[in-house]
Design a protein. Structure first.
Length: 288
């Protein structure tokens, strides 16, 4: 006669109950750790100067690496566009490679300036160009159209191709004041919308000259040495720090009033030891 066998172990109902309890605990813990609720996620937008853009993006990436629920969206467009965006509330931070203009300050009176770095504007030519030293007067004469051939500067008998920035550019605005002394640019100047575009054009055009932020210098172009009354001054960080290089300016971020929340935390990070290290890595001069 065959009978039922009583196997040792826990009753089936007990095992099922324990499994359900374990699953509930797992889901609860998982929900607490991986909560993706909108209340925990913060997003800000940063826009403006293409000169400041590499610093802004690199700092945003570094910050987000350790703040997984924060998102910092960085884009270019020019200094004027950045100031307008933050002034009109379509961006949280406006990047600018120049100071705010009087008319902008009047239109957006609550904007607060935050200087995050110092930059030099370097004149660049094609690496094959033998003309690598110029005076400030010669640079101005090229961009006014008074000097139009490289032979007038000791180079080959070839027409100069002046390359610059468009009207939204803070780099152009500073160059217009510091180099041109508010005299108009030659009408044949190519006007491009970013430092990268200027560098690429000069790198591909043997007779071109352009100007870019110091952080954009690389071996695809040759930086022009400035002759200041017989003293040759190279555009580099050391000469910007000691103020011997004549074409230098602050790099700014603007906020609508005093910053708070993620905007403040991001700007504080930029001014921290790590943030200023990023500034230096991008080829600019730290301010801290």
């Amino acid at each position: 006669m065959t009978g039922s066998v009583n196997k040792p172990g826990f009753p089936l109902t007990y095992c099922v109950g324990a499994a359900v309890l374990l699953l509930a605990i797992t889901l609860f813990v998982s929900g607490c750790v991986g909560n993706d609720s909108p209340e925990e996620r913060r997003t800000i937008s940063v826009t403006g100067s293409t000169t400041v853009l590499p610093v802004g993006q690199a700092a945003a990436d570094a910050y987000m690496d350790t703040h997984l629920y924060d998102e910092i969206l960085v884009s270019g467009g020019g200094s004027g566009a950045g100031i307008k965006a933050v002034g009109e509330g379509t961006a949280d931070i406006g990047m600018a490679s120049r100071d705010i203009k009087a008319e902008e300050k009047q239109k957006y009176p609550n904007l607060v300036e935050h200087v995050i770095a110092v930059d030099g504007i370097a004149l660049i030519v094609h690496p094959s160009n033998p003309v690598t030293t110029m005076t400030m007067d010669e640079i101005k004469a090229i961009y006014k159209g008074d000097i139009t051939n490289w032979k007038d500067l000791g180079g080959e008998d070839r027409p100069i191709v002046p390359v610059g920035r468009d009207s939204a550019s803070g780099t152009r605005e500073f160059f217009y004041e510091a180099v041109m002394h508010k005299e108009e640019f030659v009408r044949t100047q190519q006007e491009l919308n970013s430092n990268g575009a200027v560098k690429q054009t000069v790198a591909q055009t043997p007779d071109a000259i352009g100007y870019v932020g110091l952080g954009y210098l690389d071996n695809t172009v040759a930086a022009v040495t400035i002759d200041l009354n017989g003293d040759s001054v190279v555009p580099n960080i050391e000469n910007i720090k000691n103020k011997s290089y004549p074409i230098a300016r602050g790099l700014n971020m603007y906020t609508q009033g005093q910053p708070s929340g993620l905007v403040k935390e991001y700007l504080d990070f930029l001014m921290s030891v790590e943030g200023q290290r990023i500034v230096a890595e991008q080829g600019f001069v730290p301010v801290q």
